[in-house]
Design a protein. Structure first.
Lengths: 115, 115, 115, 115
């Protein structure tokens, strides 16, 4: 890259950074979506049960709790996860815009150089 | 491989591709067979129990359900897995035939070249 | 090793093979001892319980069984594991003897060569 | 490093060793803190339950025990973990002091060499 003008090197560096940030956010979003799915699956399962109690595992201990208490906790968890997920989604959108912008700038800078 | 005639290179490339597809299918089949075994083991275990209820874990929540409901779900799961497993088995058979065919073509192409 | 006489190369090859077999057996033994410990821990835990039933997990299904049935299964498991563990221990002993023997032969072969 | 005086090489070697010991202790401390947190979470969970029994998992067996017995075991575990954690903390402190001391000695030794 020693041959490339500093402006192009600078744009390429920014582009790489934005791509790395984007990848991190995409993987964090996927993780949160996994947690949301798991909590929703647990809620669905609880609704199939006729019992008004269920167990919750913490480490190797299984504790009997009221079904409604577990449901409330799961709903709160889902809300918290969804807030975070939506925040990440907004960040992802901004990074994608920034990526497009940088790619255009880079193309144009390379065009100028080639011309 | 620059020394090999294009026909041989082409066959060798196809052979490699078929071997990779075969490996993927074998590993997917093994995974499904694991799932089928686990579901069948759970069914066996339920049949040993005198209780008409059992628990099912979703994440860290354990939900009390009717034994027959869990059994029905397990049977459906097994059927779905077996359909997919059988599809993979047919694909595996076809790929093994294709592998033999390519190996023969390659042997014959190499024989012609050596002669 | 091209400089070493064939007899020494042969002994070194056998030594390496025996060492690999020994390592495999040691790791299989450690695995079995882990399983034996886990089953014994479960037996101990069952003996602390005042209930005459307990649950056993198969995949994500938890099945209620008589305590004595689970205890019987655990005892059988432990016996099976211990038989296998003892077999491995005998194999380990033989391999250790073979290792010592090969090391002595190798030392003596190298001594002859050096002299 | 062949150009460096033996005293500097010696200090650099000691420094590296202390850094490795420090890293090991930090990771052991983090592991213990994870175990302490898990046991405390289980205690909290048990306090939310209205039942006077709970289950404890050993391998795939879930055993019904008195809540107070599980609580007592958890409290003992926490105490044991905390004693070990505090020991590691003291060792960490000593190693950090030793690290600072070695860094100063190394700086001064390199200063002498440069002067």
């Amino acid at each position: 890259m020693g041959e490339l003008p500093p402006q192009v090197q600078n744009l390429a560096g920014q582009l790489q950074q934005v791509q790395q940030q984007l990848q991190l956010i995409i993987s964090q979003k996927a993780q949160l979506e996994g947690l949301i799915k798991e909590a929703k699956d647990a809620l669905d399962e609880l609704q199939k049960s006729e019992s008004d109690v269920a167990y919750r595992a913490v480490g190797n201990v299984l504790v009997k709790l009221k079904k409604e208490e577990i449901e409330k906790d799961l709903q709160e968890k889902i809300e918290t996860y969804e807030v975070r997920r939506n925040m990440l989604e907004r960040q992802e959108g901004k990074l994608r815009d920034r990526l497009t912008e940088l790619q255009e700038k880079l193309r144009s800078a390379l065009g100028v150089q080639a011309g």
